[in-house]
Design a protein around this ligand. Sequence first.
Ligand code: AMP
Ligand code: ZN
Length: 114
Amino acid sequence: MEECLFCKIAKKEVPSTIVYEDDDVLAFNDINPVAPVHILLIPKKHISTFFAMEPGDGMLVGKLHEAAVKVARNLGLTEKGFRLVANCQRGGGQLIFHLHYHLIAGRPLGWPPG
Ligand code: AMP
Ligand code: ZN
């Protein structure tokens, strides 16, 4: 996956502003934030979309979720809350084909999303 931008970010070959890291997960600021808090959470393993998940990858996605909650707690969002978004395939708004969650917060968030 030489050409995958998020793999390069995970390997620190492309710089990012990292807000959380462990053995399996990296979280960094989105380069084009749509809210005061806009953080991307990726597995270090390349998984292109949810449809490409292999047996065992559910554990990794669970770790992404746990990391999102940790980051949100560290940012003091336990009362105000946040939104976790995963765009899947082009029709779902996915532009980068390395599975990720967007953690968005810091402004009123309308529903339904666009
Ligand atoms: P998606 O449309 O769900 O695939 O989201 C991709 C996200 O990656 C967008 O919100 C982009 O702003 C973000 N993005 C693209 N390039 C970078 C980068 N080099 N560093 C951080 N975020 C990026
Ligand atoms: Zn990748």
